[in-house]
Design a protein around this ligand. Sequence first.
Ligand SMILES: [Zn+2]
Length: 346
Amino acid sequence: MENELKILEEEFLKDCQQACGAKDAEGLRVKYLGRKAQINQFFSKIPTLEPTQRGAYGRELNILKQKMSAIIEKKLNERQNLEESLDLTYPGIKPQRGSRHVLTTVTETICDIFQKQGFIVAQGGEIEDEWHNFTALNFPTDHPSRDAFDTFYLNLDQDKKNGRYLLRCHTSPSQIRVMCQNKPPMAVISPGRVYRPDEVDATHSFMFHQVEGFAISENINFAHLKGVLLDFAKGFFAKDARLRFRPHFFPFTEPSAEVDVSCFMCNGKKKETKCSVCKDKGWIEVLGCGMIHPNVLDTCNIDSQKYQGFAFGLGVERMAMLKYGITDIRLFYENDLRFLEQFNQL
Ligand SMILES: [Zn+2]
C-alpha cells in the first residue's frame, strides 16, 4: 500500500514537470484532486483495512493530497501572474521622448532662412588662435577685446605664427578660415558657440551662440546686405517686418551698422499697456553688420580692388528670447524640463 502512494506521487511529479500553461495546471488539478482522482479510491479503501493500519494510511494519504494540492495551487498562481504581466490589451506606458533644445531649433531656423538665400553652412573649432580671432579681422594690437579680462586665453604653448590660443569670442574666425581657403564668389554662414568672460546675469553668459554670415563677390554693395537681412527679418519675426540701420563701429566692417527690427508685438503702435518687447520704442536691436573691411579681404588674399563683401552677426539666445518672450538667458542652460518641454513642438 505504501508502494501505490509512491507510484502515484512519482507520476504526479513527472506530470508536473511537463505541465506548462494554465490549461495544464487545471488538468493536473482534475486528474489528481478531482472527483475521479485515484487518491479518492485510496481514501475509500480505508474502511476495508485492518483497524491498526487505518490511522497511519490515512495520515500518509492526507500528506500526499496536501502536497499535490500545494504544488498545483502554486502552478495555477504562477500562470495567472505571468499571464497578467503579459496582458497585451493593457494600455502601454509611453516612454519619455527627448527633443531638440530650443537653441538648436532656433539656430536651425535661422540657418534655414539664409540657406534658402544661397548661403552655405561652415562650422569651425571653438579653440582658435589670436591671428584668426583678432588680427585677420582688423583688430588693432591694443584693442581692448584682446585683453585677458575680455578673452579666455588657454594655457597652451602659443603658435609661433598665429599667437596665443583662446576660446573664440565670435564665430568670425570660422569665416576667416573659409575666406583664406576659397575664392569668391562665396556666401557662408557660421553657427556655433562662443565664449566671453562676462558676469552671468539675466542677459549675459560666459558662453552663448552666434550665427554670423558673409558674402563676397564682384559688385556687392550695401543694398544687397539690406535685402538679405530684410528677408531674414520677415522669415524669422513677421512678414511685415521693417528694418532700421544705425551707424556703428566694428573693426572688421566699414561702414558698419547696428540693425533694429520693427517690433513684431506692437508694430510701433502705442497701446494702453506698455509693450513688453520693445518698451514702446517700436524697434528692437537685433544684429550687427557692415561691408567687409578691405584689410580683412586683403589679409585673406582676396583682392579688395576687385571684390567686395558684406558681413553680419547675431546672437541666437537673443533671437530666441525676443521670439518667445524669454526674460532670463540662464533658463537655456539649466536643463529644467518644465522650461525646455514648452518648445518640444517647434
Ligand atoms: Zn513693441
